[in-house]
Write a protein that binds this ligand. Structure first.
Ligand code: SF4
Length: 200
């Protein structure tokens, strides 16, 4: 019956994880369509997907040598659940979520880039592998004591597409994050290396 299920998928591709604690690891990315937010700095195309059966998705991800799957979006928790993940039990399943909804129990690694309050995060998670906050100059960050337990607390400078004006904003965001980490050493810098390396 699981093979009758369909998901709305924007793209499936093989690359290196560009950010966070798994940076540099080879992984298959499954970008699911749909999001419950519409952030002005969003850099992903998540609106238009195609319907794929679970069998078709499995066939696609098995083409690659890595066993690491990264379920991303959009917001993957809008479609992904434990029943679907049962078909992917041979893989190490990671999720990239905005923190607004519960994550399926069968997920092996949670990376949360929060778009909700610390209170909502604490309600939804006892533990998160990594919390990765997108940050621009002068943004206020919560205290770590307000957040769920995590292995890593990252600040990630928001990086806009390059042009003269954005280069200046990018540099300001990067410098702000560097100075923040220097004065708050429980935090760590993550950056979107895929944008510098120009990989997907
Ligand atoms: S939550 Fe993430 S995917 Fe959704 S609009 Fe915001 S940045 Fe984009």
């Amino acid at each position: 019956m699981q093979f009758m299920k369909k998901m709305n998928v924007v793209e499936i591709f093989y690359s290196l994880q560009g950010e966070g604690a798994n940076m540099g690891k080879a992984a298959v990315f499954i970008r699911l369509a749909g999001c419950n937010f519409n952030c002005d700095f969003c850099d992903t195309e998540w609106k238009n997907g195609v319907e794929m059966t679970i069998e078709e998705i499995l066939h696609e991800v098995k083409k690659y040598p890595s066993k690491m799957l990264i379920w991303t979006g959009g917001e993957p928790t809008l479609q992904l659940n434990d029943e679907i993940l049962a078909s992917f039990s041979d893989f190490y399943n990671c999720i990239e979520t905005n923190g607004s909804k519960l994550v399926p129990k069968k997920i092996d690694y949670i990376s949360c880039s929060p778009k909700v309050s610390p209170q909502t995060l604490r309600k939804n998670f006892d533990f998160v592998d990594e919390l990765r906050f997108p940050v621009k100059k002068n943004d206020a960050l919560p205290e770590i004591s307000e957040l769920p337990n995590a292995k890593n607390y990252f600040v990630s400078p928001i990086f806009y597409e390059n042009n003269f004006e954005n280069d200046k904003k990018n540099a300001e965001n990067i410098n702000f994050c560097i100075n923040f980490v220097k004065s708050h050493p429980k935090w760590q810098l993550s950056f979107q290396s895929h944008k510098f390396l120009k990989i997907a």
